[in-house]
Design a protein around this ligand. Structure first.
Ligand SMILES: Nc1ncnc2c1ncn2[C@@H]1O[C@H](COP(=O)(O)OP(=O)(O)O)[C@@H](O)[C@H]1O
Ligand SMILES: [Mg+2]
Length: 200
């Protein structure tokens, strides 16, 4: 962690990989709270409600404060609200497997997620305690990531991708090498679903 990014085309395996990482971390990091934005189920696709651990579903942030759960799935709650909750409670991990909505252009500057990605190692929670807040984010549109987000991820997983502008961004950020964009694109087009390159 503290900030991990998952990139691939739709169907490339981002949710599957994140779910397995979350499942491992829930066991290996017992002091962290996992706040997961559940974007809903698609038939035949991996679902967060199948995460193999104790968890509860919440329909509002207030509900979580009323009766917190260490692993929480938020349904019908905006990513911004869940990211703010991650800051307010602290010692937490914000998980969003379709982060395009919160990371997209225009929304980024005032976004609590920006705080997490930039200053996650020491953010004051609601009680004023300095804590660590982690983020696990996925998007199928890396080209749309804000320009200032580049150097702030500690780990990036890059899976199958087919579009030139996505390969261009991934190469410019240095996440996948290539003498030119065409070479990086060929590398990414050659990956199978579930096959990820990791940086650094
Ligand atoms: N490691 C893997 N090995 C084989 N197939 C995989 C793997 N990861 C994902 N898949 C296949 O790809 C499909 C889409 O995966 P998913 O995680 O939903 O992708 P994304 O979140 O990038 O859209 C899954 O239903 C599964 O069949
Ligand atoms: Mg997905």
């Amino acid at each position: 962690m503290p900030a991990t990014l998952y990139l691939s085309k739709t169907g490339g395996g981002k949710t599957t990989l994140m779910r397995s990482h979350v499942s491992d971390l829930v066991t290996s990091s017992p002091d962290l709270v996992f706040l997961i934005v559940d974007h809903g189920e698609v038939a035949g696709k991996p679902a967060w409600k199948d995460l193999p651990c104790d968890k509860r579903i919440f329909r509002s942030v207030g509900e979580w404060w009323h009766m917190p759960s260490r692993v929480a799935l938020f349904q019908g709650v905006s990513g911004d609200e869940v990211a703010q909750l991650a800051i307010d409670c602290g010692w937490s991990v914000y998980v969003d497997d379709e982060a395009d909505g919160v990371v997209g252009e225009g929304k980024w500057k005032e976004n609590p997620l920006r705080e997490i990605v930039k200053r996650g190692r020491h953010i004051a929670n609601r009680a004023g305690e300095i804590t660590e807040v982690h983020a696990m984010l996925a998007t199928h549109r890396p080209a749309n990531l804000p320009t200032d987000v580049g150097g702030t991820f500690d780990r990036v997983y890059v899976g199958p991708m087919v579009a030139y502008n996505e390969a261009d961004r991934v190469r410019r950020e240095g996440w996948v090498n290539g003498r030119n964009v065409a070479e990086t694109l060929a590398t990414l087009q050659g990956l199978q679903p579930g096959e990820f390159l990791s940086w650094p």
